[in-house]
Design a binder for this molecule. Structure first.
Ligand code: HAM
Length: 425
């Protein structure tokens, strides 16, 4: 038997209904904040992620699905391509490529699959789905303002509340500007020098190449060492400190609760200033339901104009998981099962089905080769509210036997009254 590849999975009904209703709510909320949808390709040139997300991150150094293209044309032969591990780099690439600032498009959202070769476990997949949004633009759009950070965080609180997610926590930090981080990295390097040898292999490498990434470490034995390291909060310059203070002041005024976490550095290199995660207790070890932050230098790093930005991505798999526990999706049931009875009745049944579907009823159509008993058995598996029998006598009299499956009552109903009868509760 051929099975779905490890770390990937099929989303089946009725759970797909829950996914669709989550996406419908999300689109409604994004609309209220004037975000518009962007769809970028599922694969991009590898260089985009190497430069955007950062060579030293776990995502780029270990988790990407990368291959060499084998196109015929000289132009794409040997080009290194990668399945997107995240969508921010792609959105910023599109922003630059299409000069979106000229069209005033600076608030974009996306919903789609992402790919990371991580060790699969509960809430962690190799193909997973993100719902994300980015605010990016020139200073005329006010995209560097702390008001944008607070607006994004308030939108997320509204969204999670509207979806009915209870018990979330917003963890907030500032990772400062590149100059702050350079000083912080220096201090970390010094602090790590005498202790790095006692840490895991990844941390020993990080201590040399990119000490900040030590905070990504999940190895329990390393945590007491990490606990004693300097924190980025001690290295913020005046501008970054004031920006962060204002974000917090607005959140307090609009009433969005948060906790400060000065160990939160996020696993991608593009972040500047505000960094955040929303966590949820019911998720287990993979408890981050979403993450995001500001990335003021990313556009320039990708060859674009100065365009400060901030955004987030929700892990849709985790979001649905935390919802499914409180509100399992109900199975979809047809309004009516049409049972054609006898030769030639598929045609009449098809005509009736077309009529009823145009009245927005959910119709399941049987087959004239079924005996009545088999039709009722087939209907029972689907759980319709009504079974409608279409036989020669019914067609002649233009009146059809309609059986209410809940009460067991059967009535003869003229064709013209069928749709109102079935629609009535
Ligand atoms: P991220 O923290 O790497 O950020 O991912 C965001 C969310 O995606 C995580 O909080 C988690 O819920 C979900 N996620 C990540 N990896 C997996 C996985 N293997 N399986 C299931 N869910 C997963 C980003 O991707 C940034 N692009 C977010 C952002 C947008 N920052 C600024 N703008």
């Amino acid at each position: 038997m051929i099975k779905a590849v490890r770390g990937t999975r099929d989303l089946l009904p009725p759970e797909t209904q829950l996914w669709n209703s989550v996406e419908a709510t999300v689109r409604e909320v994004f609309r209220a904040y004037n975000f518009q949808e962007i769809r970028t390709p599922v694969f991009e040139s590898t260089e985009l992620f190497a430069r955007g997300v950062g060579e030293e991150t776990d995502i780029v150094s270990k988790e990407m699905y990368t291959w060499e293209d084998r196109g015929r044309a000289q132009s794409d032969k040997g080009q290194s391509l990668t399945l997107r591990p995240e969508n921010t780099a792609g959105v910023v690439r599109a922003y630059i490529e299409h000069k979106l600032w000229e069209r005033g498009l600076n608030k974009l959202y996306y919903i789609g699959p992402q790919f990371r070769r991580e060790r699969p476990q509960k809430g962690r997949y190799r193909q997973f789905y993100q719902i994300g949004a980015e605010v990016i633009g020139p200073s005329t759009a006010g995209s560097e303002s702390p008001a944008r950070d607070a607006e994004i965080l308030e939108m997320l609180a509204t969204l999670l509340d509207r979806l009915g997610i209870q018990g979330w926590t917003l963890e907030l930090n500032s990772v400062g500007c590149p100059a702050d981080r350079a000083r912080f990295n220096e201090a970390l390097r010094t602090a790590l020098e005498p202790v790095a040898a006692q840490m895991c292999a990844d941390c020993q490498r990080r201590a040399v190449t990119n000490p900040l990434r030590v905070f990504d470490c999940k190895v329990p034995e390393d945590q007491p060492i990490i606990e004693k390291l300097p924190r980025i909060s001690q290295f913020l310059d005046e501008g970054c400190r004031a920006h962060f203070d204002e974000v917090q002041a607005i959140l307090q005024t609009v009433g969005v609760p948060f906790t400060r976490n000065d160990k939160l550095v996020r696993g991608l290199d593009y972040y500047t200033r505000t960094a955040f995660e929303f966590t949820h207790g019911a998720l287990g070890a993979q408890n981050a339901i979403l993450g995001g932050g500001r990335y003021d230098g990313l556009s320039e790093a990708l060859g674009g104009p100065a365009a400060p930005g901030i955004g987030f991505a929700i892990g849709e798999d985790r979001l649905v998981m935390s919802l499914a526990e409180s509100t399992p999706a109900p199975a979809q049931r047809p309004d009516v099962y049409i049972a054609p009875l006898g030769a030639g009745m598929n045609r009449e049944a098809g005509k009736l089905a077309r009529h009823l579907r145009r009245e927005h009823l959910v119709v399941e159509l049987g087959d004239e080769s079924f005996k009545l008993k088999k039709s009722f058995e087939a209907a029972a598996r689907l759980g319709p509210r009504y079974v409608l029998i279409v036989g020669e006598n019914e067609v002649k009299s233009d009146t059809f036997a309609l059986k209410n499956q809940e009460t067991g009552e059967q009535r003869s109903v003229p064709r013209a009254e069928l749709s109102t009868q079935i629609a009535a509760r």
